[in-house]
Structures are given as C-alpha cells and as structure tokens.
Design a protein around this ligand. Structure first.
Ligand SMILES: O=C(O)CCC(=O)C(=O)O
Length: 275
C-alpha cells in the first residue's frame, strides 16, 4: 500500500558536489570535501540542507589498491563526516566509500544527519562487470531500504543499481519521496545515465537527485551530468559533463502528490497481474 507523503516538511535545500575524485588519495579527497562544505555553508545559511557526494569519493576506482585503501568499517571517514555534519548542521547523503568488513570489501553508501548520527548504510548489491568490480569487491546481501531525514522518506542507490527498475519501484511503493543516486558513471554510457534517471523519476513520481563524478581514471572518463529531477520528470538542475561544480536547489515535497493526482499511476497498478 502506498503511503502518504510527508505533510510537516514541505521544502529542503540540497547541494550536490559533482566532484573530480582523486583516485587513491582519500586524505586529499576528504580535505576537498571539507573545503567545499565550508564554502557552501558560508553562502547557504538556510536549513534543512542536505548535501550529496558521489560514489567511492575517497578512493575512486583504484580497485587494485582497495586492500590497502578500503577502511575498516569506514570508521575514519564516518567520524570525519559526523564532525562536519554537526559543525554545519547539515544532512549528508555522503556518497559511498570502500569499506572492509567480515573479511570482504564493500561499496558502502553512508547517510548522516545534521546531529552527526549515522542513520543509514547500504552495501551496493549490483557490482559492475564492465569495471571489473566483482573481482575486487563483495556485493551486499541486504536490499536498499528507506531512511528518514527530518521525517522525509528517502532512499539511496549506487550507480549500476540505477539499471534495475525493480529496486526503485519497490522503494516508491514503500513510500520513498526522494531517490538519491550516487555514482561514478562513465561517459561512454552517458546517454543511458540521463535517460534512466528521468525514467525512474517519471515512472515512480518522486524526486531523483544524483551525484556523479567528473574527470578520468585508468582510461575511463566520468560523465558528470548530476541532476535534480522533479516528480513530473522535469530536470530542475543539471551539471556539466566535464566540470567539477556544485548544484544547488530547493525541493518541494508537495509536488509529488500533485503529480500523482494528475497521473494516478499507483492507483492504476494491477499487482494482481504482476508484482
Ligand atoms: O551501468 C553503468 O553503465 C555504469 C555503472 C557504474 O559505473 C558503477 O556502478 O560504478
């Protein structure tokens, strides 16, 4: 049964850091995130503010060195983010980082609230054959679930997960109002990146916010084109395909209810014929 949308909180500011990740340099990447957050928070004083980071933003796709670079349970980066979140009173959909646990290496998304609490983690379930990810990492065994920031139901998927519409639909049916996609999506498949994001937003009638990286590593160029897409499928802001930059906007959560009134996809569903 589809749940009702959040009534109390109508709007939230978001800022997406379309970052050029420096592969194999976690200290420098953390420092660059800190500098960005400080600059952003000098300019943006309104709260709630949620910031978004890309996939594997501490290490990049330096997969062959993850044995050394991946963090035990993500402890160092989590502590770093918690401190930053508390200091600036910002929520963080903090992309993903390489973590070591139970003898394996995982691609783990992190969500931290403005009080510095780690509210959600998710280990990427679909590893990317095209980037040889399965040779270096383990896939998570728990499906993505909802988390809440200021009472708004949200979810996060990691990059390749975007290609599996059943994940996004299940999250929408559970009541997700916003879907974040954190990514290092290659330029070679940029057309898919853009079309799939818009499709997920249109078919599920929720906000979709993505954060992709730019730059290149080991011969792979990344596609940038981070986006904020509203529940009608309109692109509100869109990053360039090459430049490190940040995108900012205000999202209005009442919009999804309007869209669902206009095109009542969810009440037209026939779950008796399909799941
Ligand atoms: O699906 C794709 O084309 C890209 C996926 C990817 O790069 C990733 O999951 O890191």
């Amino acid at each position: 049964m589809l749940q009702l949308f959040t009534k109390e909180l109508k709007t939230m500011h978001v800022a997406v850091f379309q970052m050029e990740v420096l592969a194999g340099k976690p200290d420098e990447n953390r420092e660059r995130v800190k500098t960005w957050v400080e600059q952003l928070c000098r300019e943006q004083l309104e709260r709630p503010l949620t910031i978004v980071l890309p996939e594997l933003w501490t290490t990049g796709y330096q997969l062959e060195d993850l044995g050394e670079l991946a963090e035990e349970e993500g402890v160092e980066t989590i502590a770093f983010l918690q401190q930053l979140a508390r200091a600036h009173r910002i929520h963080m959909v903090a992309g993903s980082i390489a973590t070591k646990k139970d003898g394996g290496i995982y691609n783990t998304a992190l969500v931290i609230d403005a009080q510095g609490k780690l509210v959600y983690t998710y280990d990427k379930v679909h590893l990317v054959p095209m980037l040889n990810e399965p040779a270096y990492m383990q896939g998570g065994s728990v499906p993505p679930a909802l988390f809440e920031l200021d009472g708004v139901k949200m979810a996060v998927l990691i990059c390749y997960d975007l290609r599996f519409p059943e994940l996004a639909r299940r999250l929408a049916l559970e009541g997700a109002e916003v879907l974040f996609i954190v990514a290092e999506w290659p330029l070679a498949r940029a057309m898919h990146w853009k079309a799939l994001q818009q499709a997920r937003a249109i078919e599920n009638q929720f906000y979709l916010l993505s954060c992709n990286s730019v730059g290149s590593h080991n011969g792979t160029d990344y596609a940038g084109t981070s986006m904020v897409i509203d529940p009608w499928g309109e692109i509100i802001v869109e990053g360039s395909s090459t430049e490190e930059e940040w995108l900012q906007c205000k999202v209005d959560f009442s919009k999804a209810a309007e869209v669902r009134d206009r095109v009542p996809v969810f009440s037209s569903r026939r779950p008796d014929l399909y799941r």
